[in-house]
Ligand binder design. Structure first.
Ligand SMILES: C[S@@+](CC[C@H](N)C(=O)[O-])C[C@H]1O[C@@H](n2cnc3c(N)ncnc32)[C@H](O)[C@@H]1O
Length: 252
């Protein structure tokens, strides 16, 4: 069932169907965004390698790993378990010797070994429907650290989040989740900038629909394109992101 669903081109799905699919994205959508139009994954991998490697105590669980390219490039010598609801294979992207891949929903995952670090890069918006359930899952896995990579949603990205909320009943942009992760405290944050650059405004609108988890049907696509043309001289913009590194709150 999962495989069939994830191969349907999501742009032709209705908004309500997308929601009933719990905001699934196909591996092609993830791959197109990451490989063709946005430079974020190389930047994220470089920051981990150069600056934050010590925080990734293995074994690391990469939740919603997508291609697994971030950990492949940043943590090739550490034990990493890459999990994703999509079936990602070595034909899609290579796997480091110390890494493994599992096709599984995070909420169904039961570790068979102690996990020290849970890494969630741009996957929180797919997991945050029920924060109690999400916190319970982290409590069950019981890592020493939880490391998030999230958009800051300021500047133009903030305008886009507002635009999506004004034009769709149920957009699902990546936003901070109050109360998550429970019983953890922020140890370190690191901000960085990335660029989304497309070859047309139409393409940019499609990539934004992926980011906000909205389906551009009817006149909404032309409205978004008009909005983009109004604010951006070219079909590209820079946006802010951050690492948030949480450690278990030992005082609890
Ligand atoms: C935006 S992509 C991020 C990929 C990768 N972490 C990165 O930063 O390049 C989100 C990924 O989370 C996966 N995903 C969504 N819900 C999930 C769940 N409940 N359990 C595991 N993976 C999930 C999607 O299939 C997708 O590959």
């Amino acid at each position: 069932m999962k495989t069939i669903m994830t191969q349907i081109p999501t742009l032709i799905l209705s908004n309500s169907l997308r929601i009933s699919m719990k905001d699934r994205v196909s591996k092609n959508e993830v791959s197109d965004f990451k490989k063709k139009w946005c430079d974020e994954n190389q930047i994220i991998a470089d920051i981990i390698s150069n600056d934050l490697s010590e925080f990734f105590v293995p074994p690391v669980l990469d939740v919603g790993a997508g291609l697994g390219d971030i950990v492949y490039n940043a943590l090739p010598d550490k034990k990493v378990i890459c999990i994703d609801v999509n079936n990602v294979t070595e034909e899609d992207y290579p796997l480091a010797d110390k890494h493994e891949r599992l096709q599984i929903d995070f909420f169904d995952y039961r570790p068979t070994q102690k996990i020290n670090t849970v890494f969630i890069s741009h996957t929180l918006q797919f997991l945050d429907e029920d924060v109690v359930r999400l916190n319970d899952k982290i409590t069950e896995i019981d890592p020493q650290s939880v490391i998030l990579v999230v958009n800051k949603n300021n500047d133009f990205m903030g305008r886009l989040v507002d635009w999506s909320k004004n034009h769709f009943e149920n957009p699902n942009p990546e936003i901070s989740v109050a109360g998550f992760p429970k019983d953890y405290v922020v140890d370190r944050t690191k901000e960085f900038k990335t660029t989304l650059f497309c070859d047309s405004y139409e393409r940019l609108a499609e990539q934004i629909s992926y980011l906000m988890l909205i389906d551009l049907v009817g006149s909404t696509k032309s409205k978004l394109i008009a909005f983009l043309k109004n604010y951006l001289p070219k079909p590209e913009f820079i946006f802010n992101q951050e690492f948030k590194i949480y450690q278990k709150d030992e005082e609890r």
